[in-house]
Design a protein around this ligand. Sequence first.
Ligand code: AMP
Ligand code: MG
Length: 288
Amino acid sequence: MSEPLDLPSLWSHEPHEHLKFRPGDLVADIDADATPGFRGNKQDAPTLQEERNVRFAELQEKLYANSRSGDHRSVLLVLQGMDTAGKGGIVKHVVGGANPQGIQYHSFGKPTPEELSHHYLWRIRKALPAAGHIGVFDRSHYEDVLIVRVHNLVPQEVWEPRYDEINAFERELTDSGTTLVKVAMFVSLAEQKKRLASRLQRPDKYWKYNPADIDERLKWPLYEQAYQAMLDRTSTPYAPWHIVPCNRKWYSRLAVTELLIEALKRLNMAWPPPDFDVEAEKKRLASA
Ligand code: AMP
Ligand code: MG
């Protein structure tokens, strides 16, 4: 299937290459207003998004179809970001365009007492995507080296080894056929303030507001350190992080869509061949 004609002119570089975290990249230097690699403008976004959602949905269906004939591969989208970065918007506007049959969505909040009584990866393992599915993690095991580190919810001797443990866990996942698409979403402090203010102004947004969001906001320098350590220590060749600037929602959605499309394309899937004789079935149907 050929790519839409206007795509090469709208992206100057493959977004997955452009957005990939590179050693030495600094969280403090991220410009959340930026639109790396995108040459079009905001007006191009809705049409392009629609077009690319169709492409994404087609690839997702191929993944699902192949699992019916024994392909065990899956994809896991990991979304990490501060409140208001737009994780929910990605789920709604990017993933939402695909067939829900093949999507396994999980959001990870404060662990329940039962979850806390287990190893931190216990609830994560339970939520991993089945063969042919795209798992979507709205927050993830990375909370266990982010909020947990920032708030000293466990001592450093406990969270420190988690980086290596997470790498080993993700190695195991990729070895068993799960492609990870890890997306760190960055919104600026000023834009976060605007988005929180708008949640306080609209009754239809109150449900998204949590008074604790302000406490987290006040700890931004500590979060910056924690995000930096996360990127430095868990961006691996088999499960790299991508940095997505999120002040412009239209950009972050387009970017994550491209990251998903690229990951699915790399699976080199064809439609599964029939396990029946097509011509014979046509004849049978004609006289049925
Ligand atoms: P939200 O995503 O806005 O529903 O908020 C969920 C909250 O749960 C966030 O403040 C997360 O940081 C917090 N959370 C998620 N995972 C953990 C964890 N493992 N330990 C402590 N807090 C967590
Ligand atoms: Mg929240």
